[in-house]
Design a protein around this ligand. Sequence first.
Ligand code: NI
Ligand code: MN
Length: 225
Amino acid sequence: MRIRFLGHAALSIEVAGKHIVVDPFISPNELAKDIDIASLEADYILITHAHQDHIVDVDAIAKRTGATIVSNYEIVTHYGKLGFEGHPMNHGGSWQFDFGRLTFTNAVHTSSFPDGTYGGQPGGFIMETDEGNLYIAGDTALTMDMKLVPMQCKIDLAVLPIGDNFTMGIESAVIAADFVECKRILGYHYDTFGYIEIDHKKAKETFKNAGKELSLLPVGDIIEV
Ligand code: NI
Ligand code: MN
């Protein structure tokens, strides 16, 4: 499994011969200006919640690729009305896709669309595949529900928000990594805006001191599971 960091909370995952884009927010992100959206492959687009910084490029990517949008019921319904293919889920539910099994997990956050309309409740994803298991937390606070994740499967890589202010910060993310019982963490949702700028060195040291490894990828770089 190859996970490419596209900046902010956007990922491109290659697993089982499929391409899965997560929370695409690329075109307005100055830090992601080297990412060519027009060449991104997508069989699926996973959306954790309806905030602008997670959906802004969904329309363009879905229109070009015909990707299936996977998210909560409200978000998939919203895109369904625009003519896009979708697979609706809700919290605690799992579905076997052709690349692996997804579970829509709880997240403590909000989820309105940019125009203020209801975007359902926010979530994250557990992705179980033959090439390894991933936990993508989405925008969330540290929550006791994360303790449920390792009861379902062993997580090989946890993707956690670490930017603070709108989500968990570093200290909480270290505890989240404990809760999901994973020592390998990919940080996301940091540095994009002034509110969420972090000290990279300090962040890595904090995880290291807790016996964990935090990866902070340059935009466009790949981590393998
Ligand atoms: Ni958000
Ligand atoms: Mn966000």
